[in-house]
Design a protein around this ligand. Structure first.
Ligand SMILES: [Zn+2]
Length: 234
């Protein structure tokens, strides 16, 4: 009986360990992962996930009105349907990253499945004219085991976030509360995550303008993810 209890205890611990590792923001088994960067400078990166769709024009107009460059992580199969929003993002000088082809959870997938999620998506970004580094953001932030192995083998960086207000139901329907939360939580080197083009995320779309205004008023300068990584103090 004692043996069974000990065994169950260790099974529980390892299951918890795998769950924790899958969601950990700063640790993964292989390769480089960033949820923010260490810096004394008042710099921040705005990352906009999912889509693209017809809301891209609104998003790009807001960014342009503040002369802010963001980093977009669009989904491959939506790009395949219509590449024109990505071309607009490229033309406006924003950064683009890879967020997989189908946006499914990539935990516990085979190396080949992961390759098929990432490489066609890279190809579409290049077809749209994007020439910069392509970082990777795992769907739902989950990332064991083969995914980090693939990313390390291919010299790719995993980009997570440290400011993400949309998971809180008290915030995600109210643009004022949502933007205030982001402004309060952002620190030097933060990476903000928003989904302003998704259905049901109108508050996120409407929070973009006040977030940018509020952070600029506090002295923050917006950088792309690559620009932010270049400022990391080793
Ligand atoms: Zn996503």
């Amino acid at each position: 009986m004692k043996k069974i209890i000990t065994l169950l205890f260790f099974l529980f611990l390892s299951a918890f360990g795998v769950y924790w590792l899958n969601r950990a923001r700063t640790i993964q088994l292989f390769g480089e992962i960033y949820a923010r960067v260490e810096t004394d400078q008042k710099v921040v990166a705005l990352t906009l996930d999912d889509g693209p769709n017809e809301k891209i024009d609104t998003v790009l107009a807001i960014l342009k009105s503040h002369n802010v460059k963001a980093s977009f992580f669009p989904i491959g199969n939506l790009m395949e349907k219509d590449l024109s929003p990505i071309q607009k993002i490229v033309n406006e000088g924003h950064e683009l990253g890879n967020h997989s082809y189908t946006h499914r959870i990539l935990s516990l997938r085979s190396y080949e499945t992961i390759r098929q999620e990432i490489e066609p998506t890279d190809k579409l970004l290049r077809e749209a004219g994007y020439i910069g580094d392509i970082h990777f953001r795992p769907p739902y932030g989950m990332k064991i085991f083969m995914l980090p192995f693939y990313l390390k083998q291919n010299n790719r960086k995993t980009i997570i976030w440290d400011v993400s207000p949309e998971g809180d139901p008290k915030l995600n329907e109210d643009a004022d509360k949502l933007s205030q939360f982001v402004i309060d939580q952002t620190t030097n080197g933060s990476i903000i995550l928003l989904h302003p083009m998704n259905d049901g995320r109108e508050a996120s779309l409407h929070s973009l303008d006040p977030i940018i205004r509020g952070l600029k008023a506090k002295g923050f300068v917006f950088k792309t993810v690559s620009e932010l990584l270049a400022l990391e103090e080793k």
